[in-house]
Design a protein around this ligand. Structure first.
Ligand code: NAD
Ligand code: MG
Length: 382
C-alpha cells in the first residue's frame, strides 16, 4: 500500500490524482492532502478519503476555516512549514507534487532529501533548482518520477535502450490556442482567448504558459535536469492532436514514442505504479476510427519563449530561478490585463539579461533571486 501525500489536492492535477486513488483503493491510500485556500473543497476531499492530515498552506485563512467541517480523524494544519514537514516526514512514502509554481519547491526538496518516491507534476521546482533537487535525490535514493505527460512519455520510452545509447529526445507540443497564428494576430490577444486550450484542460497558469509556449520552455529545462541531457540533445515538435506525448531517439536512429489520448490520469497513475503497470482508468487510442497525427516544426519567431527555454537549459545556474519568477508574475499581471501577450516573454528576457549570473547558486541565493525577479516584474512597465 502506497501512503501518499497529495500536495495541491484541489487543483487540476490534484483532482485527476484523486480519480487514480479512487480507482485503486487496494494499492493507494491518501495520508495527507493540501490546498492553498480552498478549505471547503479540501474538507470534502477529506470526507471521502479520510487522510490523517489536511494542510491549508495559506496561513492567513486560519480564522475563516470551520474546522468542524473536516472529519474527526483528520488533523488540520496551516502554513508552508506544515507542507515541508509532511513532505519530509515519515508517515508517507510518496509525495505527489501538484502545487503550481515555485511555491512547490521547498516541499519537493524536503521529499527529495527524505528519499521518497516523488510523482512530480510541479515542473517549476526543477526549473528553479534542478541542480539541488537532482543532487538531493541522488544522495537519498529518492525516485523522482515525472508526471508531466511529455516527461512521462520519455521516461517510458527510455526503458527500450541504455542511457549511453540516447541521441536526443523530442518533446511534443500541441502548439496551444495560437498555433499557426502570426505575431500581429496575437499581440493584442487577451486572457479570454489565451485560456482556451485546444486539447488539455488545466489550471490557469500552465494554460497561459501553453499559449506563449513558455510551458514548453519550462519543459525543456525540466527535461535537461530529469534526464541529465545537454540542451542540444532536446528538440521540440508541434503536434496538434496531443496523442504522441514525446519521443526518444536512440543512436541507431530509432525513435520510440508513447501514445494515448490526452488525459493526465495516465501519467499520474504510472508515476505511482512504476515499475508496474496497472489497469487503466483512461481510454487508449482506437484505430477502428480514422486517427490523424500531424507534426510541424516550431515557430521560434512567433513564440520567442522557446528560445529562452533553450538558453536557460544551456546556461543553467541562476537563470532558471529568474526566468521562472519573472514568468509567474508576468502571467498573473497578464491575467489581470496589466501587460500584453508579448510583454510576458519580454520581461523574462530583460531580467535574464539584467541579473547577476552565478553558475552554481545555493538555495539561499536562488530564493533571493526569485524575490528580486518577482519585485522587478511587478514594477516593470512596458
Ligand atoms: P492548479 O492551479 O489547478 O492547482 C494548483 C494547486 O496548488 C491547488 O491545489 C492550489 O490550492 C495549490 N496552490 C496554489 N498556490 C499555492 C501556494 N502558493 N502554496 C501552496 N499551494 C498552492 O494547477 P495545475 O494545473 O494542477 O498544475 C499543478 C502543477 O502541475 C504545475 O506545476 C503545472 O505546471 C503541472 N502540470 C499540470 C498539468 C495539468 O494538466 N494541469 C500538466 C502537466 C504539468
Ligand atoms: Mg507537459
Amino acid at each position: 500500500m502506497r501512503q501518499i501525500a497529495l500536495l495541491g489536492a484541489t487543483g487540476s492535477i490534484g483532482t485527476s490524482c484523486l480519480d487514480v486513488v479512487r480507482a485503486h483503493p487496494d494499492r493507494l491510500r491518501l495520508q495527507a492532502v493540501s490546498a492553498h485556500r480552498d478549505w471547503k473543497k479540501l474538507a470534502e476531499i477529506c470526507h471521502e478519503f479520510q487522510p490523517e492530515i489536511a494542510i491549508l498552506s495559506e496561513e492567513s485563512i486560519r480564522s475563516e476555516v470551520d474546522e468542524s467541517s473536516f472529519p474527526a480523524g483528520t488533523q488540520v494544519q496551516y502554513g508552508a512549514e506544515a507542507l515541508e514537514q509532511t513532505a519530509g516526514g515519515s508517515d508517507n512514502d510518496t509525495v505527489v507534487a501538484a502545487i503550481v509554481g515555485a511555491a512547490g519547491l521547498i516541499s519537493s526538496l524536503a521529499a527529495a532529501r527524505a528519499g521518497k518516491r516523488i510523482a512530480l507534476a510541479n515542473k517549476e521546482t526543477l526549473v528553479v533548482a534542478g541542480g539541488l533537487i537532482m543532487q538531493a535525490a541522488a544522495e537519498s535514493g529518492c525516485e523522482l518520477i515525472p508526471v508531466d505527460s511529455e516527461h512521462s512519455a520519455i521516461f517510458q520510452a527510455l526503458q527500450s535502450g541504455r542511457a549511453n545509447e540516447v541521441r536526443k529526445i523530442i518533446l511534443t507540443s500541441s502548439g496551444g490556442p495560437f498555433r499557426g497564428k502570426t505575431a500581429a494576430e496575437i499581440e493584442n490577444a487577451g486572457p479570454d482567448l489565451a485560456l482556451k486550450h485546444p486539447t488539455w484542460s488545466m489550471g490557469p497558469k500552465i494554460t497561459i504558459d501553453s499559449a506563449t509556449m513558455m510551458n514548453k520552455a519550462l519543459e525543456i529545462i525540466e527535461a535537461r535536469w530529469l534526464f541529465n541531457l545537454q540542451a542540444d540533445q532536446i528538440g521540440v515538435v508541434v503536434h496538434p492532436q496531443s496523442i504522441v506525448h514525446s519521443l526518444v531517439e536512440f543512436m541507431d536512429g530509432s525513435q520510440i514514442a508513447q501514445l494515448s489520448p490526452p488525459d493526465m490520469r495516465l501519467p499520474i497513475q504510472y508515476a505511482l505504479s512504476y515499475p508496474e503497470r496497472w489497469e487503466a482508468v483512461t481510454e487508449s487510442c482506437d484505430y477502428q476510427k480514422p486517427l490523424r497525427l500531424d507534426f510541424f516544426p516550431p515557430d521560434l519567431e512567433t513564440f520567442p519563449a522557446l528560445g529562452l527555454g533553450f538558453e536557460v537549459a544551456r546556461r543553467g545556474g541562476t537563470t532558471g530561478a529568474v526566468l521562472n519568477a519573472a514568468n509567474e508574475i508576468a502571467v498573473s499581471r497578464y491575467l489581470r490585463r496589466e501587460i500584453s501577450f508579448y510583454d510576458m516573454t519580454g520581461v523574462c528576457r530583460e531580467l535574464l539579461e539584467k541579473h547577476t549570473y552565478h553558475p552554481a547558486p545555493s538555495l539561499e541565493e536562488l530564493t533571493a533571486l526569485d524575490q528580486w525577479a518577482r519585485k522587478e516584474t511587478n514594477l516593470w512597465q512596458p
